[in-house]
Design a protein around this ligand. Sequence first.
Ligand code: MN
Length: 246
Amino acid sequence: MKILVSNDDGYFSPGIETLARVARSFGEVTVIAPERDRSGASNSLTLDRPLSVRKAASGFLYVNGTPTDCVHIGITGLLEGRPDLVISGINDGANMGDDTIYSGTVAAAMEGHLLGVPAIAFSIARRGFEHLDTAERAVRQILERVVRKGLDEPMLLNVNIPGCPIEGLRGTRVTRLGKRHPTEGVIRTNNPRGETIYWIGPVGSVRDAGEGTDFHAVDQGFVSVTPLDIDLTGRAQLDSVRSWAI
Ligand code: MN
């Protein structure tokens, strides 16, 4: 089995080292990841300049582009033959609820899915990789189950792992995405030359973290597995829009 590994934190992240190590016990692994932290890059493609692919001492390939660029280059030109699976992460921090829209980790997996390859994004909910061994255990378990099931149908999974010691893991839940309140406002300040600058503010607080959501599962100590779909059609609005737009 051929596995393409990427992330959004950069090729030097402990998270991608762990993911690649686990993946190697399932097949032939190629790592293609951004040369710097591109968290929040979402699905952006770099269209205004060419991209370079270089090889690190670790053997990992790194690109001066986005997570989506990495997976796109891998599948459409760099790899010999299509990979059987694309995996992304392990992200430093959760990617749950609305955050998945902005996530480069999820985007890397999504690019694989868009190009017809089954794909999984992995994130550990607590930042700092304190419990990377917990994530390693969870990733191995999910990959074992996915391989046992088979990779013959479209699949895009968003997996979030609690940032707790291994003994604290309670199992796996299949979930839906929760919801957040709108983000807090931008932070307006001055640069050293007295000019006004803006920092994008922190994420909003959780609004729907009820039973069945990714937020709830991870909070209760379960690995959350959310199947994602990328049809953005607003089905609930179809009738309403038909009533006035024609
Ligand atoms: Mn990240």
